[in-house]
Design a protein around this ligand. Structure first.
Ligand SMILES: Cc1ncc(COP(=O)(O)O)c(C=O)c1O
Length: 470
């Protein structure tokens, strides 16, 4: 690893924590003390222990073990520093350990950490529900259910849709990712590695095509495919809901064309089908608006949320029209941990940070900068490899191919870029149906300087991956 923290208990960075948008957060010095630099355990030791104790099915993208993290930087147990373009898979739009988020969580911990909302309820859950109801698109009165994971949110959205419509069917899209539980796997539109060897999946889940430039599927084709699905497999009057990510996450950071989203809304209205926007990855400012669906002007019936909502704490939810959300009997929704009070306090602080620090506008600006810089880097280093640079706001990905003529997806090249970047201190993660896209989930609170530093490492990594081939 190239950038190593000195091991004598001094500062890794004396810079104050700064949002490049509006710097309202207090200065925090990162003191790399014994806790970080004088590590007792090494990456190598942890790899060995992990292999013995944790199933291989829980894969980890990077062979490093976290010790300390701050905003868009992370240090491993060996004292190496990384710029974090992954943010715990899109969870950290407000950065690692945002001071206001940490402060709110600590304050909540001094009162109570768990009572179960279904036994003794508490205000942070209600306050967060009120806030989410207020920021979600649409004028109809709304209600919010809080749960713990994205998959759980999706499962509950389907339950609510079924209870509200009295219909069983669910339509999901090619390349969509909705989780790893059995129902959500049935909805997830990618076999390997998620669905391999673990079927059968629940019945009454149907798949419609997602537009794809690579496969020559236009919006019109996708809509025809959906209408054909109604003729061949999915009786529309038996379909409860249609779920779509406004920007495919795991599927490759491809935005749903706005006209497609508008047509889906019209088709849902025609058949009494509920439209669910899965905003687990795209929500909370990643695309420059609170929710990515807002770009299309479409108001969904239900929205699933998680990840960056709570700035690093496990929390998820379903926001929806009040009449639909009330469809289930008391006791039909919930779970022991759903809407944990510490996570709710963290979420309220994270949402406030997004507002106070202008992170929606920051996301738009960062997205423009990322796209421009990727285009420059591609032109300089390997124009024939950068097949596509796409996204919405700061939800941006670069797709790599072997060459421009065949446009063959190059997952191997992508892996090697990631490995070279890691060696040089940058964390990256792939996505896409063919594993050949790199997605950027860098905190929106990261300064331009940190993002540029990461991009410079990315360019070196691309060049190193190319150099290996000659
Ligand atoms: C769009 C989307 N929906 C659902 C999920 C599942 O969330 P979780 O991993 O918290 O279960 C994810 C996770 O990446 C996601 O990106």
């Amino acid at each position: 690893m190239s950038s190593t923290v000195k091991k004598t208990g001094h500062k890794a960075s004396s810079k104050p924590r700064k949002s490049a948008a509006v710097d309202t957060t207090p200065a925090v010095e990162i003191i790399v003390s014994e806790a970080v630099a004088g590590a007792h355990v090494t990456n190598a030791q942890l790899i060995e222990r992990r292999n013995a104790a944790v199933p291989r099915g829980v894969a980890s993208a990077a062979p490093i073990y976290a010790k300390y993290a701050e905003n868009a930087e992370l240090w491993d147990v060996d004292g190496n520093r990384f710029i974090d373009f992954v943010g715990g898979i899109g969870v950290l739009n407000t950065g690692h350990r945002h001071p206001k988020v940490v402060e709110a969580a600590k304050a909540q911990e001094d009162h109570y950490t768990h009572t179960s909302f279904q036994v003794v309820p508490y205000e942070p859950y209600i306050e967060l529900a009120e806030k989410l109801n207020a920021i979600a698109p649409g004028d109809a009165p709304k209600k919010t259910l809080l749960v713990t994971t994205g998959a759980e949110a999706v499962e509950n959205a389907v339950k609510i849709a079924r209870a509200a419509t009295g219909r069983p069917g669910v339509i999901a899209f090619t390349g969509g990712y909705h989780g790893r539980t059995l129902l959500t796997l049935g909805m997830t539109g990618k076999v390997s590695p998620y669905k391999k060897d673990v079927g059968p999946f629940p019945a009454d889940v149907f798949r419609a095509p997602f537009p794809s430039a690579r496969d020559g599927i236009t919006v019109d084709d996708a809509i025809i495919g959906l209408k054909n699905l109604f003729l061949t497999d999915a009786q529309p009057s038996r379909v409860a809901c249609m779920i779509i990510e406004p920007v495919l996450g795991e599927g490759g950071y491809t935005p749903v064309p706005f006209e497609m989203m508008q047509q889906l809304r019209a088709i849902c209205d025609e058949h009494g089908i509920l439209l669910i926007a899965d905003e687990v990855q795209a929500g909370f400012g990643r695309t420059g608006t609170w929710f990515a669906v807002e770009h299309s002007g479409v108001v969904p019936d239900l929205i699933t949320v998680a990840k960056s909502m709570a700035g690093g704490y496990p929390l998820a939810g379903v926001i929806g029209r009040a009449d639909l959300m009330d469809a289930m009997e008391p006791g039909g929704l919930g779970g022991t941990y759903g809407g944990n009070p510490v996570a709710c306090a963290a979420a309220l602080a994270a949402i406030k940070a997004i507002e106070d620090e202008g992170l929606l506008a920051r996301s738009t600006k960062m997205g423009e900068m990322l796209k421009a810089r990727f285009a420059e880097i591609g032109a300089r280093s390997a124009p024939y490899r950068f097949w596509d640079i796409r996204g919405l706001g700061a939800m941006v990905a670069v797709e790599f191919v072997t060459d421009f003529v065949s446009a063959k997806p190059d997952a191997d090249f992508t892996k090697r870029v990631i490995a070279h970047a890691l060696k040089r201190g940058l964390l990256l993660l792939s996505c896409g149906m063919h594993g050949n896209a790199l997605r950027v989930m860098v905190p929106l609170t990261a300064s331009d300087a940190i993002v540029e530093e990461g991009l410079a490492i990315f360019e070196v990594a691309v060049n190193a991956a190319i150099a290996e081939e000659v």
